[in-house]
Design a binder for this molecule. Structure first.
Ligand SMILES: NC(=O)c1ccc[n+]([C@@H]2O[C@H](COP(=O)([O-])OP(=O)(O)OC[C@H]3O[C@@H](n4cnc5c(N)ncnc54)[C@H](O)[C@@H]3O)[C@@H](O)[C@H]2O)c1
Length: 441
């Protein structure tokens, strides 16, 4: 099938490469000329396991093409994915400028009947707006489809290749049958394609992310209570996660959720609810709890230094908002570093893959360490923000001798509180029993 993917970010690139891998003829278009130039040379602008091989193989076999010419990508395509960004507008709603710009280009450049798919996360009603914009200039019939994406950064290729389910909101039999054919290779194990109307598909994506964000904020609040009452949130997590009705995923407390999706999608859903006069007070609380949580690591660290971090030098392990990605959008590391610098501390940071992104975002206000141990040199304390595998079993002796004071604030509960205490660390984590951690905030 001839496919165009407009927008070649995390989502567009994965969608394009995976659809090419199953034999389609895919052209990915983006307005970012630098990005397209690197992709043409098989240089992937993001860190995503497995993606580079996929892009290289499919470009070599001439099934995958990259261009800055959006019109050329659209012309001749039977399926056109819109995968551009939908950042939050000032009022929290999703900014649809890029989506509607692409819709206009699609209308002007359709050369045959096509299915137009909104892959970007867009509020209910967007497909209708896209349809109106396309219809203003389209000379060929077209069919709207909403196909929200559920991939996780860090496991994006796997998630797209083996989805739990594919959600398809379609308005015609033609759209349903074209999309079912396109996705057939990915659901051979019997995972469902769930067909629905377009509004429900658009809503499904927001509801899914809002539910996941809710679980995280819920557990972060339970963790805060565990600290006060002398319970251990890791045990509570296992205790509730083994209940089939609850399940074990997304119950890990931490430094607050971040990334390119949860914060903006929760905001956009709250905004939609407000526009329709519906109360989503649960999500207001989810956001509030997350904002508070993003300060927890700083507060715990400050408590270990009698409330003042002025002149202290702090090692930070982990910049990416989660492991296996270099994405730092809304990362908890950014809130922590901002608070540390604001309090008069200095920072040395390490991340296995997000150092270049850290430099791009933060410039030279912090030091970028060549290894996680290098970050400890001359540091008064260590804060762990991202649960990268390589931080799970460090050389504790080396950490202790490098730090000026053996203070470790563990935002991901990677280590045993008892062991850290036995090793002589001043240690704090998230939501573990009062008796175990040695620092309170
Ligand atoms: N990142 C994720 O994990 C994820 C997961 C599911 C859904 N989504 C949703 O998918 C959408 C894209 O997210 P992303 O993370 O890939 O964004 P991104 O910012 O990484 O990429 C968006 C790309 O679109 C390009 N673009 C913008 N305007 C354009 C135009 N007019 N023509 C062509 N290209 C244009 C940008 O240059 C950029 O490369 C968003 O709506 C997001 O919410 C993201």
């Amino acid at each position: 099938m001839r496919v165009a993917v407009i927008g070649t970010g995390y989502v567009g690139l994965v969608v394009g490469a995976c659809l090419a891998e199953t034999g389609n003829d895919v052209t990915c278009a983006d307005v970012d000329a630098g990005k397209i130039a690197s992709l043409r040379e098989n240089r992937i602008p993001i860190y995503e396991p497995g993606l580079e091989d996929l892009v290289e193989r499919n470009q070599t076999q001439r099934r995958l093409f990259f261009t800055t010419d959006v019109a050329a990508a659209i012309s001749g395509a039977e399926v056109i994915f819109i995968a551009v960004g939908t950042p939050p507008d000032e009022d929290g709603s999703a900014d649809l400028r890029h989506v509607l710009t692409v819709a206009e280009a699609i209308g002007k450049n359709l050369t045959k009947e096509a299915v137009i798919v909104t892959k970007s996360t867009v509020p209910v009603g967007t497909a209708t707006r896209v349809r109106e914009v396309v219809a203003r200039s389209a000379l060929h019939p077209f069919h709207m489809c909403s196909n929200p994406e559920f991939l996780k950064e860090g496991a994006a290729v796997d998630d797209f290749m083996k989805p739990d389910r594919v959600v398809l909101g379609a308005e015609s039999d033609h759209a349903r049958s074209v999309m079912a054919e396109l996705y057939a290779p990915f659901v051979r194990t019997g995972k469902p394609i769930i067909f629905m109307d377009i509004a429900s598909a658009e809503m499904t994506k927001y509801a899914a992310n809002a539910m996941l964000a809710t679980r995280i904020s819920f557990m972060n609040e339970i963790a805060a209570l565990c600290e006060r009452v002398g319970a251990d949130v890791d045990l509570v997590r296992k205790g509730i996660g083994s209940d089939n009705r609850i399940g074990p995923s997304f119950l890990f407390p931490g430094p607050g959720y971040g990334g390119s999706c949860f914060p903006k999608d929760v905001k956009a859903l709250v905004r939609t609810a407000r526009d329709f006069g519906v109360s989503l007070s649960v999500l207001d609380a989810v956001e509030d709890a997350n904002e508070r949580q993003k300060r927890r690591l700083f507060e715990k660290l400050a408590a270990a230094f009698d409330g003042s971090l002025k002149g202290k030098h702090i090692a930070v392990w982990g910049l990416a908002f989660k492991p296996n990605t270099d994405d730092m959008r809304e990362a908890p590391s950014l809130s922590l570093i901002e608070a540390l610098l604001g309090a008069g501390a200095t920072v040395a940071a390490h991340d296995p893959v997000a150092m270049h992104e850290g430099k791009r975002r933060l410039g030279d206000v912090i030091r970028y360490a060549s290894s996680n141990y290098d970050a400890l040199e001359g540091a008064d304390a260590l804060v762990i923000v991202t649960d990268w595998n390589e931080y799970r079993h460090p050389d504790f002796g080396r950490i202790k001798s490098a730090l000026r004071r053996p203070v470790v604030i563990d935002g991901r509960n990677l280590y045993s509180s008892e062991r850290m205490r036995a090793l002589g660390f001043i240690y704090a984590s998230i939501g573990r029993a009062l008796v175990a951690d040695t620092v309170r905030a």
